[in-house]
Design a protein. Structure first.
Ligand code: XIL
Length: 371
C-alpha cells in the first residue's frame, strides 16, 4: 500500500513538471541582480580612479567588476612605462596599454597615461645607448611623440615627467648619488639632455596631442618642502616661458603616521599654482616598518580610515573645484598593491581587501566624498 502511494506521488510530480515545461507562457525565473548603488564614483564630486594592472584585469572578474562599479578613471600602472611599451629601439609594444584603453572606451572611463619620462623603468638597451646629444634628443622626442600619438583621442591626460627632483634638497636628479648600490637614483635624461629636458618633454607631448592634459607627477611633497618648492619654481618658470603644463600629480604614497600638516601644506601650495591638482597614486601603509608581527587590528583600520577621510576633506576644502582632477588609488585590492608585490611589505594599504570586500577605510573615504 505504502509503495503504491509513493508511486502515485512520483507520477503526480513528473506530470506536474511536464506541464510546467510545456507551458511556454510561464515566466522564466530571473535571478535577482544586485546593483551596488553606493559607489565611489557615484558619490564623488570629481573623478575617482585606480591604477590598473593589465594581467589582473584580464583574468580576475572580481577585480574587473569592482572597477566597473567603483571608479570612473583609470591609470595605466605599468603597461606604457618605457620598458614595457618600447622594449627595444625599433619596437613599440602597445598591447597592454591598448587593452586598458579599450576597457576605458567600452566602459566610459577616463584614461590617464603613466608615464612618458622617468629615471626608472628604462630598458637596458636605453640605459646602454651610445649616441651623441642629438641622437639622445631624437630618441626622447620619438618615444614621447609615438606613445602620445598612439593614444591620441583615447588618453585624456599624461604624466609627462615623473619624479625628476630629489627629496632632500629639491635639486634635479642628474648623477647617481650612491654608485655601487646597484640603483641609479640619478637620471639619464638630465645627464644626456641637460636640465631643460622637462620643458622639452612637455612641448613634444603637446605637439603630439594638443588636447591632452599634461602633468608633472611626484612623490613626497607632503614631507619635503624642498621638493615642493622646486616644483613650484618649475611651474612659475614654465608659465613665464609658455611651456604647456596642465597639472601636478601628488602621488601620496603615505602611511598612517604621515603628518597631517605636511599634507595640508603641500595641497595648499600646489593648488596656488592654479593648475589641475591630482592625487595620483594614493595608498596608505599601516605597517611602514614592515614588522612581521603586525596584524591589521581594529586600531590600525581606524587610523587608516581617518587618514583616507582626512585627505579627501583637505582636497575638497583646499583645491578649487575647477582644479580638482580627482583622486586615484594605486591599484584596487590590498593584494594588488605594489607595497605587497614590489616593496614586499606585509601591509593593507588600499580601500578593498584581498577579496575586494570594502574595508573600513572605503566607507570613511566614501563618506568624506559625500559630506
Ligand atoms: C610601481 C608599480 O606599482 C610596480 O608594479 C612596478 O613594478 C614599479 O613601479 N611611483 C610611481 C609608479 O610613479 O610608477 C610606481 O609604480 C610606484 C611609485
Amino acid at each position: 500500500m505504502k509503495y503504491t502511494a509513493l508511486v502515485l506521488v512520483l507520477v503526480i510530480l513528473v506530470a506536474a513538471n511536464a506541464c510546467k515545461k510545456t507551458n511556454s507562457t510561464a515566466p522564466v525565473p530571473v535571478p535577482p541582480v544586485v546593483i551596488d548603488t553606493e559607489t565611489l564614483q557615484g558619490d564623488a564630486p570629481f573623478k575617482i580612479g585606480a591604477a590598473i594592472d593589465v594581467y589582473r584585469l584580464q583574468i580576475d572578474l572580481m577585480y574587473k567588476n569592482t572597477l566597473l562599479a567603483q571608479q570612473n578613471s583609470i591609470t595605466i600602472e605599468n603597461a606604457v612605462k618605457w620598458q614595457s611599451v618600447h622594449p627595444s629601439e625599433n619596437i613599440f609594444d602597445f598591447s597592454g596599454g591598448d587593452y586598458i584603453a579599450d576597457f576605458c572606451k567600452n566602459n566610459n572611463k577616463r584614461l590617464h597615461g603613466h608615464c612618458l619620462i622617468w629615471y626608472q623603468a628604462n630598458p637596458d638597451w636605453l640605459n646602454n645607448y651610445n649616441g651623441d646629444s642629438l641622437a639622445w634628443e631624437h630618441l626622447f622626442k620619438t618615444h614621447i611623440q609615438s606613445v602620445v600619438a598612439h593614444y591620441r583621442g583615447k588618453a585624456t591626460s599624461w604624466d609627462v615627467v615623473n619624479e625628476a627632483f630629489r627629496d632632500d634638497d629639491g635639486s634635479l636628479r642628474v648623477q647617481d648619488k650612491y654608485p655601487g648600490d646597484n640603483f641609479d637614483d640619478g637620471c639619464i635624461w638630465a645627464r644626456h639632455l641637460g636640465s631643460d629636458y622637462i620643458a622639452r618633454a612637455f612641448e613634444y607631448a603637446h605637439e603630439a596631442d594638443p588636447n591632452a592634459l599634461l602633468f608633472y607627477n611626484e612623490y613626497g611633497q607632503e614631507w619635503s618642502d624642498a621638493k615642493t618648492n622646486a616644483i613650484i619654481n618649475m611651474v612659475t618658470d614654465f608659465k613665464a616661458r609658455g611651456i604647456p603644463i596642465s597639472g601636478l600629480g601628488l602621488q601620496m604614497h603615505i602611511d598612517i603616521n604621515t603628518s597631517n600638516e605636511g599634507i595640508t601644506k603641500a595641497i595648499q601650495k600646489l593648488a596656488a599654482t592654479g593648475l589641475q591638482i591630482y592625487i595620483s597614486e594614493l595608498d596608505i601603509s599601516v605597517n611602514p616598518a614592515n614588522d612581521q608581527s603586525v596584524s591589521f587590528t581594529t586600531d590600525l583600520q581606524k587610523k587608516q580610515a581617518d587618514k583616507y577621510a582626512f585627505i579627501v576633506h583637505q582636497y575638497k576644502a583646499l583645491v578649487p573645484s575647477a582644479q580638482q582632477y580627482g583622486i586615484t588609488t594605486w591599484n584596487v585590492g590590498d593584494k594588488d598593491s605594489w607595497i605587497r608585490t614590489y616593496i614586499m611589505h606585509k601591509d593593507w594599504p588600499l580601500l578593498f581587501d584581498d577579496n575586494y570586500a570594502k574595508k573600513t577605510c572605503y566607507f570613511s573615504f566614501r563618506d568624506a566624498l559625500k559630506n
